[in-house]
Design a protein around this ligand. Structure first.
Ligand code: HDE
Length: 725
């Protein structure tokens, strides 16, 4: 096997390919001619016409003219990072021969691209949408791509419906409105005629669809795959990614404001976290199901609109992925990376899920037109790290210089023909010999028929505030739908999931409720959380799915790791601020890997009582929605100045209304009390003051509780008319 036939990505290759400019190389044309200037074109006299001969001008313009490639037909907007994966032990060897999943000594490089689905490349990060969660593992046995999402189920059961789904959700074709939003007629027209989408609809209307940050999302392989062990025995598997920081979301009011103020909110957070050394981490989880149990449950494991409830099949955590390096170049890496569901390694195989089967065609196909050549696997970001070699030749943009005259097999003429793996041998990829028989039919299996059971399971498993947010999302989305018959069709489906959900959405869109068993407030907002809970339970008397009424793993409020790591805390300060308190709070936050950012009336140095602080943000260029919590330090003059500033008062009110942790020390307490919500809060604790800490003393008196409160993410139990979600 020659080196040319089997390129390996070495650091040297990468340096060459990426042409990093640390050592200021001479500026040349693309063929190496040293350029004297590329700032003036070659003209016949300084005021004369430009000469056709000017190869510098021509090359520069021509390259620019062709810079764009087609954006992804879905998942166009993305952000990515490099990292590594390591399995904890060899316990999965019983189920799979994949080395990446069984050899704890191996550190496998990964590249992970997050994305939204519906919006164009330039759309906002915080749109209500599914997030792509695509991981490329560069294993010693070839690339394994686990091309997943942050939601464990999908809208449709058969890949043949995918173009319809996407045409329905993307902007309408006559006027390209709306961008990155599902709140429009064509989406709900399709959804209302596609009952299998109801389970996914519940997820997408929940706050899962507006994550706080990429490192606070779960990832899911979605489909049922197979693990195959060294003896050839297969076990069904679902893959999960569980974030070390827990799953946490924005609320809708934050998401829409952030979309305007910082459309790059998620990609910026990912970049900054890695830059600061706060490396995002996930554990890889597997749910395993023996072949013989394929038909054990009342859902079909081949149906991608169904999950495997964790109460029935627990998630076993088997390894950890860490992202520790930002890409060097967005286009070469994040844009040109090509994921493909058929990139699997020995020991990992497919199930007959008809959605997965269709995907197995679509990815390579789309890369051919998106990246323009069947040689896209030679791009540095797509190349495996193990040797690769076959008889494929030529095509646009071929990099490899294949030697010899043999490009076929069998061949005896020279030694350059790559060798196949021994049939049945250990090293090669062998498809699992699943038995297949059946008549050719265009039919859906009757076992795919229950479209509401798991939608109910999801609804039942949510906490009251989560249910309220789903209701509000549907009220928002369906009230934007102009076709009345579409709104009504949607209500019909909601009524099959939960009566109260139906009633509250009905009220918001001016339709009569289905039953009298509901208590809705006149303005259509949700009931009190406690009442919602009681009603939801009362109205879900039938078993939802899999013999379960509710299950673990679906609520974001329950069983989540709590951590202040990576959290952003606004510190409101003006001249005269107690600089020692600012420094003490920043230090306390840093100890927990959180960041305290001074927000002042202006940028730069602010003179305090005991030194200076540096404002990195201003009240004009940021707002509370960019932060997880607010701290107001002491300093009488600072407080007096801020009290006169509507932006500062609004900052605190808004943070309170979004359920965020707030702390104030010494004179800072006066500022919080001056805020509209401040009048409600006294001291610490209590119903209205949960997560709010107002102390006369210094940072030591409050830092611990405040940081614990930040880790709680959000306090929903604030006065209902003071909550904006
Ligand atoms: Fe995709 N999907 N998809 N998809 N998908 C693409 O491939 C497709 C589906 C997912 O960051 C495309 O390179 C079909 C489910 C992610 O580069 C395309 C069907 C899941 C990404 C495509 C599905 C996904 C894509 C567009 C129905 C979660 C972004 C550009 C059968 C398990 C990857 C591209 C990245 C991208 C087809 C459904 C995840 C067209 C036909 C289900 C994360 O090939």
């Amino acid at each position: 096997m020659s080196l040319f036939d089997s390129p390996k990505v070495t650091d040297k290759d990468k340096d060459l390919a990426q042409a990093t400019t640390d050592d200021k190389p001479p500026m040349t044309t693309n063929v190496g001619q040293h350029v004297s200037t590329d700032q003036d074109s070659l003209k016949a006299g300084p005021r004369g016409p430009t000469l056709l001969e000017d190869f510098v001008l021509r090359e520069k313009l021509q390259h620019f003219d062709h810079e764009r490639i087609p954006e992804r037909v879905v998942h166009a907007r993305g952000a990515a990072a490099h990292g590594y994966f390591q399995v904890y032990d060899d316990s999965l060897a019983k189920y799979t021969r994949a080395k990446v999943l069984t050899e704890p000594s191996l550190t496998t490089p990964v590249f992970l691209r997050f994305s939204t689905v519906a919006g164009s490349r330039g759309s906002a990060d915080t749109a209500r949408d599914v997030r792509g969660f695509a991981v490329k593992f560069y294993t010693q046995e070839g690339n394994w791509d686990l091309v997943g999402n942050n939601i464990p189920v999908f809208f449709i059961q058969d890949a043949i419906k995918f173009p319809d789904l996407i045409h329905a959700v993307k902007a309408e074709p006559n006027n390209e409105i709306p961008q990155a939003s599902s709140a429009h007629d064509t989406f709900y027209d399709f959804i209302s005629l596609t009952p299998e989408s109801m389970h996914m609809l519940m997820w997408i209307m929940s706050d899962r669809a507006i994550p706080r940050a990429f490192p606070m999302m779960e990832g899911f392989g979605v489909h049922t795959f197979r693990l195959v062990n060294a003896e050839g025995k297969s076990t069904f598997v679902k893959f999960h990614w569980k974030p070390a920081l827990g799953v946490h979301s924005l609320v809708w009011d934050e998401a829409v404001k952030i979309a305007g103020q910082d459309p790059d909110f998620h990609r910026r957070n990912l970049w900054d976290s890695i830059d600061m050394g706060n490396f995002p981490e996930w554990e890889l989880g597997v749910q395993l199901l023996a072949e013989e149990d394929e038909m054990k449950y009342d859902f079909d494991i081949l149906d991608a609109t169904k999950l495997w409830p964790e109460d029935l099949i627990p998630v076993r955590r088997v390894g950890k992925m860490t992202l520790n390096r930002n890409p060097d170049n967005y286009f070469s890496e994040t844009e040109q990376v090509a994921f493909n569901t058929t990139n699997v390694v020995p020991g990992i195989d497919f199930s007959n899920d008809p959605l997965l089967q269709g995907r197995n065609f679509s990815y390579l196909d789309t890369q051919l037109s998106r990246l323009g050549s069947p040689n896209f696997h030679e791009l540095p970001i797509n190349r495996p790290v193990c040797p690769f070699s076959n008889n494929q030749r030529d095509a646009q943009m071929r990099h490899t210089i294949n030697r010899g005259r043999v490009a076929y097999a069998p061949a005896s003429l020279d030694g350059h023909s790559p060798e196949e793996a021994t049939p049945g041998g250990k090293e090669g990829y062998v498809s699992y010999p699943a038995r297949v028989e059946g008549n050719k039919v265009r039919e859906r299996s009757p076992s795919f028929g229950d479209h509401y059971g798991q939608a109910k399971l999801f609804w039942n498993s949510q906490t009251p505030p989560e249910k309220e947010h789903i209701v509000k999302a549907l009220q928002f989305e369906l009230s934007k739908v102009e076709a009345k018959e579409v709104r009504q069709r949607m209500l019909g489906h909601l009524g099959k999931i939960n009566d109260m959900l139906h009633a509250q959405v009905a009220l918001a869109i001016g339709e009569p409720p289905k039953t009298s068993r509901q208590t809705v407030t006149p303005d259509g907002t949700a009931d009190s959380p406690a009442e919602t809970q009681v009603l939801a339970e009362a109205m879900s008397e039938t078993t939802a799915s899999g013999g379960l009424q509710r299950t673990r793993g679906l609520s974001m409020e329950e069983d989540q790791p709590k951590s202040a790591k990576g959290r952003m805390v606004a510190i409101l300060a003006a001249p005269g601020v107690a600089a020692d308190q600012v420094a003490a709070m920043q230090k306390a936050l840093k100890a927990e890997d959180a960041l305290g950012v001074v927000v002042g009336p202006h940028l730069g140095q602010i003179e305090g009582t005991s030194g200076r602080v540096e404002a990195k943000k201003t009240l004009a260029n940021t707002s509370s929605v960019h932060f997880d919590a607010v701290y107001v330090p002491g300093g009488a003059a600072s407080t007096q100045t801020l009290r006169r500033m509507g932006d500062a008062i609004h900052f605190i009110d808004e943070a309170y209304k979004h359920g965020k942790a707030i702390a104030a020390t010494a004179e800072g307490v006066e500022l919080v009390k001056a805020a509209g919500t401040g009048g409600l809060i006294s001291g610490r604790g209590g119903m209205l003051g949960a997560g709010v800490f107002l102390v006369d003393g210094g940072v030591d008196d409050v830092a611990k509780e405040f940081i614990e409160a930040i880790a709680q993410h959000r306090f929903h139990n604030r006065q209902p008319n003071m909550v904006v979600a």
